[in-house]
Design a protein around this ligand. Sequence first.
Ligand code: DX5
Ligand code: ZN
Length: 224
Amino acid sequence: MSRPVQVAPSLLAADFVALADSVREVEEAGADLLHLDVMDGQFVPNISFGPVVVEAVKRVARLPLDVHLMIDDPIRYVDAFADAGAEFLTVHVEACPDVAATLEAIRSRRVRPGITLRPRTPFADVEPFLAAVDLVLVMTVEPGFGGQAYLPDQEPKLSRARELRSDSGLDYHIEVDGGIGAETGPRAVGAGADILVTGSALFGSRDISGLIRGFHALGGAAAR
Ligand code: DX5
Ligand code: ZN
């Protein structure tokens, strides 16, 4: 069954001096979620921002916040990001000493849990947790930096996520993150994605609303 395609701009590619303007711009252009990339300099080599910035975005945002935690042992920060206003809180399977407990901690705060994995991690590693999540995020770049090239060899994970969803009757979103733009978005949707994270391609575009409209139309096309 095909679903509407949703678009989640990654604020990592926005202008941090004028974050509120970027939020307003993508909201007016028709985005569905705001994707926030939290990096700790340990799980990934880069450092981005933490709960303080998420909370600041929450104050100006109308859209739900989709928070992607690229941090070691993320259970330590579930309360902080729940308090900051996350709607989705996605953790890396490789980063959690106890994945099930981490997802339960997120759910217990009435935040929607997501699970994700690095490109080199097999999809089988997340399969035991699919019943416990509202979102599965397939990384199509190595986590840590925006602006990298899309890895098409990750598409089988999108297809597997979709296959398992229809076989099992589970109802998680399938999100794709990394190198998504006008050319790669259709490929990812064809493989199984229904939420497109897009950073540098979106914020670098001269026609943000046109790009988002094009992504939304993929859902309609796929549904026919
Ligand atoms: C990478 C982040 C992505 C990144 C996407 O670690 O998870 O969300 O910002 O940026 P683009 O769309 O530029 O690949
Ligand atoms: Zn991300």
